[in-house]
Design a binder for this molecule. Structure first.
Ligand code: SAM
Length: 356
């Protein structure tokens, strides 16, 4: 297996790092000094961040402070994972101790152009290509119960019902107003999937062993500490978490966060400890042998890594992982609340549920 050793080739993502930058940019007038934005290097090292601030020719920015430059918006991780990636609409009548959250759609205040690359942060370069603006919908509100039966894909909407006072939450990409691509890093992009909701697609031909994503968790927890750990997040990070797809078939009254956790968390290898990874969470499932990406949690850097496991993947193909090789379509339905449409399995037969 060919292992990528150069950081130039690693698709790296560190949401904590990006968010720290965001906070610093909001409180620091316009300093573009990467040193001060990134904190001291020792601190960054402790967090496992890559903080090499040199400018590398032709290096593609991974993430960037949302900024208005000329007529174009640069893409920030908040946009990628909270606005577009999701799927949520504003909730009416929600109640929570987070009610003080505000919608900062119109906050275009003094923003410096700083982007994250696989080497750390650097000022936006004139050669960097800009992408078209995304719809801005920073209106994610915490929910208290789960909106059940509304799948990420095109599952039968007739089975939908809404619990308690929670209003409908859109979990499908809105084809009318959503951008086609909500995340890209050179290896893959996240856009609308034929399997379900959002999915990941090869941005170019890939081969066995290509490392396509290295992602830090928003947070890690186990079943007993989920809410406590979530409460430690700041507003931006909570929005990102709450924007992820929630299990459609949880028991009535299941907290939204719990439904998101069961659908999206990746094990970190110790008992039931797991992490929430907003980009990796957009990968749909395929039953073997159709799953073409494998993943592992790397304890040494605290990141989830995704590698190509198929011999080759052509540009444009959907990238899928297995949510569990031993899982049958019934297991998938019971655990994740979806009827598998991967194309490799027969799917969940109607009479299976009747029998069950
Ligand atoms: C971790 S999310 C994957 C990304 C998701 N499509 C989204 O829009 O965020 C898991 C959810 O995606 C959908 N999904 C993933 N794989 C699927 C499959 N093979 N067939 C049907 N739905 C699938 C289900 O709704 C599942 O609960």
């Amino acid at each position: 297996m060919e292992i990528t050793t150069s950081t130039d080739e690693i698709a790296s993502l560190d949401l904590r790092l990006e968010h720290r930058l965001t906070i610093q940019l909001e409180t620091t007038a316009s300093s573009l000094k990467a040193d001060s934005d990134m904190g001291n290097s020792k601190k960054a090292q402790n967090n496992g961040c890559i903080t090499d601030n040199r400018i590398y020719p032709n290096e593609k920015p991974l993430l960037c402070k949302d900024v208005l430059l000329g007529d174009q918006y640069w893409l920030s991780v908040s946009n990628i994972t909270a606005e577009s990636a999701c799927t949520s609409e504003s909730e009416e009548g929600f109640t929570s101790d987070l009610e003080s959250w505000t919608d900062d759609e119109d906050d275009d205040s003094d923003e410096s152009v700083l982007c994250l690359t696989s080497h750390g942060a650097r000022p936006l370069d004139s050669n960097d290509s800009l992408r078209p603006p995304l719809p801005r919908r920073l209106s994610f509100k915490p929910l208290e119960t789960v909106n059940e039966g509304e799948p990420a894909g095109s599952e039968d909407a007739e089975s939908s019902h809404i619990q308690g006072q929670v209003s409908t939450q859109t979990v499908e990409p809105d084809l009318e107003s959503s951008p086609t691509v909500i995340f890209e890093n050179g290896f893959f992009n996240v856009s609308v999937s034929k399997i379900a909701g959002w999915g990941a697609f090869a941005a170019r031909d890939l081969k066995f062993g290509d490392r396509i994503l290295v992602e830090k968790p928003l947070f890690t927890a186990d079943s007993s500490s989920l809410f406590k750990e979530f409460d430690k997040l700041d507003r931006g990070m909570r929005e990102v978490a709450l924007a992820l797809h929630a299990n459609d078939n949880c028991k009535p009254g299941t907290p939204k966060l719990q439904a998101i956790w069961t659908t999206n968390c990746f094990s970190t290898g110790w008992r039931d400890a797991a992490g929430l990874f907003p980009i990796a969470s957009r990968f749909n499932h395929s039953c073997p042998p159709k799953d073409n990406i494998e993943y592992t949690f790397n304890n040494s850097n605290g990141s989830l890594e995704m590698m190509v496991k198929a011999p080759k993947i052509a540009a444009g193909e959907e990238l899928t992982i297995s949510y569990g090789n031993e899982r049958t379509p019934l297991d998938l339905f019971l655990r994740y609340g979806f009827r598998c449409r991967c194309g490799a399995c027969p799917g969940l037969l109607d009479n299976t549920l009747d029998i069950w």
